[in-house]
Design a protein around this ligand. Structure first.
Ligand SMILES: Cc1ncc(COP(=O)(O)O)c(C=O)c1O
Length: 364
């Protein structure tokens, strides 16, 4: 475990890394390590994964929402400024690099510095060498779940340069042996997910099922979430050694996989026609997902599935609505309704990208 944590810290260019059982537990570790007083507000981007505001809420803090930029899906500086004005009790701002697109860190940092509010980074969708231009706010966290850029078949990692915060976080992490049954169940679930998404198995199992569902107007996955459901365990637990071994092996391949993500995203972007609306990104971004913004998502999803292209939707949602925010967040609502993800991973060949671009241009 110590070897994995120090290799991950070295890779990311941070001083301290602490591995726990999931990304949301790593976020909880940071929130507890910062000793925010009960009821403090934490700014969360409105378009995000539901477990983020839920984890904030589960710890007795209050998630408040700022809208996102409709092109990049990242926290909008204007909306953040307005949100901080409405919520002077804010003690932390969470910045997400949505789907691997870097947030406008310099502007956000200036804004928060002026108000003396620290930034925490949600880096669930990326794992970049030397942090590649990212800010490290007071702390950040990564998810090591199976589909993420660095998979340890589950897990999460909290990172910081602050030795006192790291020390407090380390002391809060339990040994975790007492919950071996739960850990084994989580591992079996992630191994199953890895197996079912392995292309030869996927092509013969999940894809035909998704396509059949689309043909009868159904979604294979029901991604409705219950915002009232707690997402955290009673204590933060150390990642199991088995995951650490998988994570260590995965770190060896990460440079080439991140490079492939950058290259393939650029190629797909070049091949798609300008009328095909998509998330805006920079050529240095190692995308986790490649996201389209169609006007009629169901129609496009149906036709792409029929053409053999396995699209996904509803990975993130408008959490402001889900968690009963006082103000509507029109950009988050619109992106959540329209975002459609093409299959995207570093093992795709250029021929796959060309086929995907041709089908998308034709069916748009
Ligand atoms: C933006 C974002 N933050 C946090 C998380 C939580 O990570 P985990 O599922 O490892 O708890 C996710 C998971 O997908 C996510 O997409």
């Amino acid at each position: 475990m110590a070897e994995f944590e120090s290799a991950a810290a070295k890779y990311l260019g941070v001083r301290h890394a602490i591995a726990v059982t999931s990304g949301r537990e790593a976020l909880a570790l940071i929130l507890q390590g910062l000793r925010l007083s009960p009821g403090s507000a934490v700014v969360v981007p409105a378009f995000t994964y539901h477990a983020v505001p839920a984890a904030v809420r589960d710890l007795g803090l209050r998630p408040v929402f700022a809208d996102v930029d409709p092109r990049t899906f990242n926290l909008s500086p204007e909306s953040l400024e307005e949100c901080l004005g409405r919520h002077p009790e804010t003690r932390l701002v969470l910045v997400t690099h949505t789907f691997g697109v870097q947030a406008p860190v310099a502007v956000l940092r200036d804004l928060c510095q002026k108000k003396g509010i620290p930034i925490g980074e949600d880096r669930a969708h990326e794992f970049l060498r030397g942090n590649q231009g990212n800010l490290i706010g007071v702390a950040g966290f990564h998810s090591l779940e199976t589909s993420k850029p660095l998979s340890a078949l589950g897990g999460g990692i909290a990172v910081t340069d602050d030795p006192d915060l790291a020390d407090r976080m380390r002391r809060m992490v339990g040994a975790g042996r007492e919950r071996a049954v739960e850990a084994t169940r989580a591992l079996v679930r992630q191994v199953f997910q890895a197996l079912i998404t392995w292309p030869p198995v996927f092509a013969l199992s999940a894809y035909p099922a998704a396509r059949a569902c689309a043909l009868v107007g159904r979604d294979l996955e029901d991604r409705r979430v219950d915002p009232a459901r707690p997402v955290l365990g009673p204590t933060r637990r150390r990642l199991h050694g088995l995951h650490a071994a998988v994570g260590l092996a995965a770190l060896d391949r990460l440079d080439s996989e991140n490079e492939a993500r950058i290259h393939l995203a650029g190629l797909l972007d070049d091949l798609l026609e300008p009328r095909v609306l998509r998330q805006r990104f920079e050529r240095r971004d190692a995308l986790w997902m490649f996201t389209l913004l169609p006007g009629d998502r169901d129609r496009l999803a149906f036709h792409l599935l029929r053409a053999g292209i396995d699209v996904k939707r509803d990975l993130l949602c408008d959490c402001s609505r889900l968690f009963g925010s006082d103000l509507p967040m029109p950009n988050a609502a619109s992106v959540a309704r329209r975002a459609l993800h093409l299959p995207f991973h570093p093992w795709l060949g250029e021929a796959d990208i060309r086929r995907m671009a041709e089908a998308t241009n034709r069916l748009w």
